[in-house]
Design a protein around this ligand. Sequence first.
Ligand SMILES: Cc1ncc(COP(=O)(O)O)c(C=O)c1O
Length: 435
Amino acid sequence: MSGFSSMTEQDFHSYNTYLTRGEGVWVYDNHDNRYFYATTAVPSVGLGNRYVIDRMMEQYHALHFASTCGQTHPLIERLSQKLLALCGSPFGQVFYSNDGSGAIETAMRLARQYFLSIGEKKRVKFISLEGNYHGTTFGSGSVTHMGIQESFGPSMPGCYAVPAPVGYRPPISGTPEQVAKFCLDMLEETVFENGPDEIAAILIEPIQGVNGVVEISPDYIRQVRELADRYGILLIMDEVATGIGRTGSWTLSRQLGVEPDLLAVSKGLTGGYFPMGATLISKDVAAGLFNNGGIFLHGSTQSGHPVGCAAALAVLSFLEDNQLVGQVKGKGEYVMTSLKQELSDHVHVGDIRGHGLMIAIEFVSDKSSKEGVDYAFGQSLSADLRCQGVLGNWFNSTLILYPPLTAQREELDFMIDGIIRAVKGEGLHSAAAGS
Ligand SMILES: Cc1ncc(COP(=O)(O)O)c(C=O)c1O
């Protein structure tokens, strides 16, 4: 119960669902109620996936651990080659970490070391977008701009936030093009204010997942690539949530036609079967870092874990063999269309948005002012949704849904119907519908 010390025992139990087992798109609680599992973007290939578990068990029996400091093992090489092939030609090398925060932290350290290696010693600063979430470590937390930094006091010096060109709550009123231009101008101004030769990297989270599946204008992202090139700044793309199929491509960067210098992936990489993150770096960055004999001191004891690599390789094969990534667009559109048909006119539904299988419904107390709903509304809707047998994420007036990529039509229908019933207030607080 640590971390919930202000909660009573009763609060804790009503807030949290105790999960005891899982199968396919379903999880079960300690009362054997069944829920469609649409949280966190992690279980991309479903729960209890025999193919993945068997590959992991084989690896456990063969070699359950190998250090990657002064030793290595064959799966690292295989996984790196696979990731490089799937994520695109600009990348030349992969570094492993233990989660998404670690993948971002690694990208930030790599960016800084790259500039030290090529003699641009002043480049130590980072710019990221308001609403970006990058993780829980000190560096990744310092480039996260969601109003949670206050909880750990002053962040890492030299981390700046700029407005994000987003659809539903843009930083200025105007056409999407005007909003994107405004944001780009603000970015350029921030680069100038803080020294164009002192900025190491710009971080983009192309769809701000935690912030409520908020899509960043693709045109803006392409223009940021150009701006970064103009000033010799690196571009870090955080695809911890969007990567490995979630938006219908192996990376969203590729779908958008943007080549970042560094790319972070994590959640869908192992589908939750093992904690793992990966940072891919471009061939140019690798050359700058290592051509003069440099080494990257990245000896996290358990990164590149053989069982994690076996899990990732199995997840990637499973996605490929079942052509799941290619089905994401159609599945996502089906969910979005169904939700919009039934809920767009609802008095408290402000926006229904999504890309692939990242989907969100933002609730408002008043549609014209777009004022968010209160905490009690979220608590009540989450409870109703649980009663309908659906587990999603709730943040900042927004219901966030990440269905597993394996979800079939009738399973998606179960989720859609449950959401519609919960939002419309039908069948309030009934027993879990899926049991
Ligand atoms: C885009 C993005 N980056 C980084 C992270 C941090 O990943 P982790 O929670 O695995 O450390 C998250 C987690 O939600 C994320 O969505």
